[in-house]
Every structure is written in C-alpha cells, then in structure tokens.
Design a protein around this ligand. Structure first.
Ligand SMILES: [Zn+2]
Length: 256
C-alpha cells in the first residue's frame, strides 16, 4: 500500500470528512498517511488521529509560519512527545523567506533546535523550504546523519544535484507537479535516484484544478495523480513506480 508522505489530516478543512477521505484513499491503494503537525496547538490532534487510525503516522514540529506562537517551554513538550511516542517523527519544520521574511533569524534558530532534537531521538524529519535554499543548505549539511525529506520539492537543477549527493536525503513531490509544464521540472524529476523518491499531497492544501472537482480541499486519494505523472516523466510503469515508492517510504519511516 502506498503512503501519502506529507499531509495535515488534523486540519479543520478535511478533519470532519476523515473516515470518508481514508476510505476513498484506500480504494486507490493508499493506506498510510504521514500527518504533520505545525504548531504546539495541533500536536495533540495529530497524536489523537494516530491513536484512532494506526495507519496515520504522526509527526510534530514548529512550521516556520508558526514561530510567533511558541510557548516558553516548547522544547520540553516537543521532547516529551518524542519520548512517549516512539513512532512519531519530526515535521513540518523549515525556513520560509516567501511568506515570513521578517522572522527568518528566529526561523533559523528554531529549525536548528528541532534538528538537534531529531538527532537526539534519531527521528527522520520533513522539511518545508520556500526561497531559502541558500540558508537551508549550510544548516542541513551539519545534519547528514539524520534522514531528511524535502517536502513538495522544487528547486534548481544545480541545487538538486548537490542535494542528491548528500546522504540520507529524500525528495517528495506533491500535487504541484500536476500543472507544472516547465521542461526543467521534468529534468529534475528524472535525475532523482530511484531510492530517494517519495510522493505526497500536502492535503488539504495544494489542490490543483484537475482534481476533486466536487470539493474545495485536496485529499490523499489524489496521490495517484502524482504517481501517474512521475511514472510518465520517468518512463516506467505505474506498478513499478508504486513498488519503489512503497520501499522508499518504509526506508524513510523505519527505525522510528
Ligand atoms: Zn505541509
């Protein structure tokens, strides 16, 4: 069964429809969901979802958009959750120069703190990055001992080649690839090594116009469109790509 490697099923846009959403995904062969928290206020909701649906893998983290919401003892809460929930991974964390340039200094500090805690607990991490590769690269080069997934991956060919050479890196493509006609984008998808490739929807976000016509949120069932597009670009069968993605997801998640 496939895993949607990055989604936010605790989000109020999708949460009320969850049993239906999970059933619909299952019919398409998607039966595992890496569900990322974004601030202290939703960590418990993510853990509750995992308790109700074991196929939901929990992740907790402080998203760069949520830097200003931190409590004084957030690192203790973060570490306590990782101690008590051995299956819990770290995310969504990262840097964002597009939507919140004003907090970038704090974003860097909070990201480094979270990476250090991830290392301490030996957990993989999901990274968000918008227009901040030049700041992110020197940071993550100090954390090559932990598994790092770049969520909704998109960047230049040159940086992609650099990231591929780093150990423990994974590249997760989202529904944003569905409408991307740029030739360079196909080139990037083609050079990712087979064992570093992942896919996600980022549900309920990143809804593309050719999906879910009856709804206004993205959902994990749409993962299949991402798989089909990548299979076409890489000129392999959907079935062979599916098999590889299942192996890669397990490799990213295991030992946690
Ligand atoms: Zn996300």
């Amino acid at each position: 069964m496939l895993t949607d490697m990055h989604c936010h099923l605790q989000d109020k846009q999708i949460f009320p429809y969850l049993s239906d959403v999970i059933q619909k995904a299952k019919k398409k062969g998607i039966n595992q969901f890496l569900c990322c928290g974004t601030s202290e206020s939703d960590w418990q909701s993510v853990l509750n979802l995992h308790n109700k649906y074991p196929q939901i893998i929990p992740a907790v983290g402080i998203h760069p958009w949520e830097i200003k919401t931190l409590s004084a003892n957030w690192t203790d809460k973060f570490a306590d959750i990782l101690t008590e929930n051995t299956e819990c991974i770290v995310g969504e964390i990262g840097l964002d120069l597009h939507f919140c340039k004003d907090t970038i200094a704090e974003q860097k500090d909070i990201l480094i703190t979270q990476l250090e805690i991830a290392r301490e607990f030996n957990r993989p991490v999901c990274i968000h990055n918008l227009k901040a590769w030049h700041l992110l690269l020197p940071i993550i080069s100090n954390f090559t001992d932990i598994k790092i997934m770049f969520h909704s991956f998109s960047c230049s060919l040159e940086i992609t080649q650099h990231l591929i050479k780093m150990t423990n890196t994974f590249f997760s493509f989202s529904c944003t690839i569905l409408d991307n006609q740029k030739k360079s984008f196909s080139e990037i998808i083609n050079i990712i090594p087979d064992n570093k490739l992942l896919i996600e929807t980022d549900s309920p976000y990143l809804l593309q116009k050719n999906e879910s016509k009856n709804r206004n949120y993205n959902e994990p069932a749409n993962l299949i469109f991402v798989l089909e597009k990548i299979a076409k670009i890489r000129n392999i069968s959907n079935e062979n790509l599916r098999k590889q993605l299942i192996i890669n997801s397990e490799n990213f998640i295991k030992d946690t």
